[in-house]
Design a protein around this ligand. Structure first.
Ligand SMILES: *[C@@H]1O[C@H](CO)[C@@H](O)[C@H](O)[C@H]1NC(C)=O
Ligand SMILES: *[C@@H]1O[C@H](CO)[C@@H](O)[C@H](O)[C@H]1NC(C)=O
Length: 283
């Protein structure tokens, strides 16, 4: 009987342990992983520090940055964009290195007065950018929080929206295309630029201040011990470096091709005048 009870207890404990490891992790407070970058008085901590509000008006924008520098990972946040007429306001989530010829992986949400909202993405490698793509988001990003992620390992960079891959930058160093190999910090900002509106229109400041909301401050990333180089983080056995993440799986590939077909409005490989960079000739 005692043995039976013991076995019951063991089975129960194992089941409980299994459950907790598959359940979603609770959100950590923002301050555990991030600090203000600029515009402190235009930021606000909400919900016991589990949510941050950035804002921008005529006086200032605002932004925050990860405390640590990363060399690979699956980086994400939940973001809700400013409602109203946010034309010319740019809300961002990106990774960047602080080096001379920097690496950078961008999500830039372009303000508008109505859906569809444009998501502008770019990537810099060894200081070289000009690799813009734009898609129309298939939902209204000002109404709810949505998940935005960057997967970065030695084989590919993937931008995901609610788990759907919307862009892939494969490692093509074998044909001379630079890949991001510099350790990067995670940042989120709000700013304004004339290029973000169709006719260089200034923001409608009367509708401001414009506010964006961020949640989800856990970081699935490999901390770069050497603050500048990412490569030690490519060899580790972190899950995002595993073989399943070296390229899109068949289901992801279907989803990705669907997004390109239905929602892509600009691709530097197709629309940019002049000669194409080498990575464009291999689709
Ligand atoms: C804003 O929305 C209009 C109407 O859908 C569209 O023509 C325009 O390109 C959009 N502008 C930006 C910057 O998203
Ligand atoms: C990081 O690596 C670079 C390149 O190898 C080296 O120049 C630099 O001194 C290293 N920095 C640290 C803090 O180890």
């Amino acid at each position: 009987m005692d043995l039976f009870l013991l076995i019951c207890l063991l089975v129960f404990l194992l089941a409980a342990a299994g459950q907790s490891s598959t359940a979603a992790r609770p959100d950590v407070p923002w301050s555990q992983n991030y600090a203000i970058l600029y515009g402190q008085d235009h930021t606000q901590s909400l919900n016991q520090g589990k949510e941050i509000q950035l804002s921008i008006d005529q006086v200032s924008g605002s932004g925050f940055r990860s405390l640590k520098t990363y060399g690979s990972g699956f980086f994400g946040m939940r973001i809700m964009l400013p409602p109203g007429d946010s034309t010319s306001i740019i809300t961002t989530f990106y990774l960047r290195s602080y080096t001379n010829n920097h690496d950078e992986i961008d999500f830039e949400f372009l303000g508008n007065s109505t859906p569809p909202y444009l998501l502008h993405t770019n990537i810099f490698t060894n200081g070289q950018g000009s690799r813009e793509q734009r898609i129309n988001l298939w939902f209204d990003p000002t109404k709810d929080f949505h998940d935005y992620h960057v997967l970065w390992n030695q084989h590919q960079v993937v931008w995901l929206v609610d788990g759907v891959p919307i862009r892939v930058f494969e490692n093509k160093e074998n044909i001379g295309v630079k890949f991001p190999v510099q350790a990067m910090q995670i940042e989120a900002t709000m700013w304004t630029a004339p290029w973000a509106s169709p006719h260089g229109k200034p923001p409608n400041w009367g509708q401001g201040p414009f506010r964006a909301y961020y949640q989800g401050f856990n970081i699935d990333g490999c901390v770069a011990e050497n603050n500048t180089i990412a490569t030690p983080c490519f060899g580790s056995n972190s899950w995002w470096n595993g073989k399943n993440y070296w390229k899109l799986n068949p289901k992801q590939l279907q989803e990705y091709l669907g997004v390109r077909k239905k929602y892509m409005v600009y691709d530097y490989c197709i629309h940019r005048p002049g000669s194409k960079p080498p990575e464009c000739n291999i689709h």
